[in-house]
Design a protein around this ligand. Structure first.
Ligand code: GAL
Length: 412
């Protein structure tokens, strides 16, 4: 008998997906509708989670400059990371000159961006990549607060239309719009402020992926799907395993809210930074893929180790992240040896065995526990890129400390 997926676990919350990784050609307001939409799914903005590079986790604030961004774009192409999906090059906070000009326009810092953002966006686009930029809804950006960035009035408050039109003029494809205590500094209300910029973006001819960030403080997954393509679900990630493990833990109940065009964002990748072992780095990327998270690299791509490059380039893992159904994994067993599962297009099931303990662990699960129907399933270890014997019952692996094994089950 051909196995079928357990309807309870794998019913799609969002209707059909898209075969395109980021067919950025439709109106955003149409990208967040439910099964009743009549729009062709192929036209959806952020139909699958955005992938790319972002400056923040690599250089943070004062070391950001146009050469850093150009080198990242060069490396995405040289390492063929663009070919596996990493296409957005996002300039985070600290690109701005200290003040707006006499007309109220934002300017890039003249010392660190001597060629200007128009030229930088062209450089990125000429490589076949997409260009992203950071703004903030209040009067301040976060770096003005956390990094003592010496600037004034470079938030978009009162300049929303002007700034949205700037994005169009420059040729921006992705906006990161970051809260930065705008309630305290400017008395703003999150849903109103984020909707205001959504409305300004919707007026533009250019289609821009809209990624909002308020650190998951007011459960944005409950109100952001109609206005944003991506919303942060956590505070800032740090380049250490405990941070990654805590974030994974906090995502267990968020699977109902993600789907094509609207994604939970557990923050950007830190692989390549800090103290990760190769197993931890693979687990970080693998779990972000199970979570259908945006995959934004935040490290110096000129200094990637072979292990990190290999993990970032594992097309079988990326295929899970980018699966067109967009069904974020749910945790079916918690503890030291966790089991997560998600349904994939075509009836496959991805099963992740996550070892949170400090010693190797034999993690065993069953078809029933992961929601796969009775029958015989082919098993592919996508982490090791190797086939395993088919199964009609148990599924398992010995997983290294802080490691992850992802098994892809296919009906046989
Ligand atoms: C934080 C945000 C980071 C980064 C930073 C810039 O609030 O979470 O991802 O954008 O601001 O100042």
């Amino acid at each position: 008998m051909l196995p079928v997926l357990g309807a309870l676990l794998w019913s799609s919350a969002c209707g059909g997906g898209s075969d395109t990784a980021s067919g950025d050609t439709a109106k955003k307001s149409e990208s967040t509708t439910s099964t009743t939409t009549t729009e062709a799914p192929k036209a959806m903005l952020a139909a699958t989670p955005p992938m790319g590079w972002n400056s923040w986790n690599q250089v943070r604030c004062p070391d950001l400059n146009e050469d850093v961004v150009k080198r990242a774009a060069d490396a995405l192409v040289r390492e063929e990371l663009d070919k596996v999906g990493y296409r957005y090059v996002v300039v985070d906070d600290c690109w701005q000159a200290p003040n707006r000009d006499a007309a109220g326009s934002l300017q890039s810092d003249p010392v660190r961006f001597p060629s200007g953002l128009d030229s930088l966006a062209k450089y990125v686009h000429d490589k076949g990549l997409k260009f992203g930029l950071y703004l903030a809804p209040g009067s301040q950006t976060c770096a003005m607060f956390w990094d003592a960035y010496p600037a004034s009035g470079i938030g978009s408050y009162g300049h929303e239309r002007q700034d949205a039109e700037m994005l169009q003029r420059i040729g921006v494809d992705y906006l990161k719009y970051d809260w930065c205590r705008a309630d305290e500094t400017d008395g703003l209300v999150r849903v109103d402020a984020f909707t205001k910029m959504h409305d300004e973006l919707a007026r533009l001819d250019r289609k821009i992926v809209y990624s909002i960030s308020e650190y998951g403080e007011t459960a944005p997954w409950t109100w952001a799907p109609p206005i944003a393509n991506v919303w942060r679900t956590t505070g800032d990630i740090a380049p250490v395993w405990p941070s990654v493990a805590a974030i994974i833990d906090s995502q267990a109940d968020l699977h109902p809210y993600a789907g094509p065009g609207h994604w939970n964002d557990p923050d950007m990748l830190q692989v390549g930074n800090g103290t990760f072992t190769p197993d931890e780095a693979r687990a970080h990327i693998g779990m972000w893929s199970m979570l259908a998270a945006p995959l934004m690299i935040g490290t110096d791509l000129d200094r990637l180790t072979p292990e990190v490059l290999d993990a970032l380039s594992n097309t079988e893992v990326i295929a899970i992240d980018q699966d067109p159904l967009g069904q974020q994994a749910r945790r079916v067993r918690a503890g030291d040896g966790e089991v997560w599962a998600r349904g994939l297009k075509g009836g496959d099931v991805a099963v992740a065995l996550l070892n949170k303990s400090d010693a190797p662990l034999d993690i065993q699960t069953t078809l029933a526990e992961v929601g796969a129907a009775a029958g015989t399933w082919k098993v592919r270890d996508v982490s090791a890129r190797a086939d395993r014997p088919s199964t009609d019952s148990a599924i398992g692996a010995t997983v290294p400390p802080h490691g992850l094994t992802i098994l892809r089950l296919s009906p046989s």
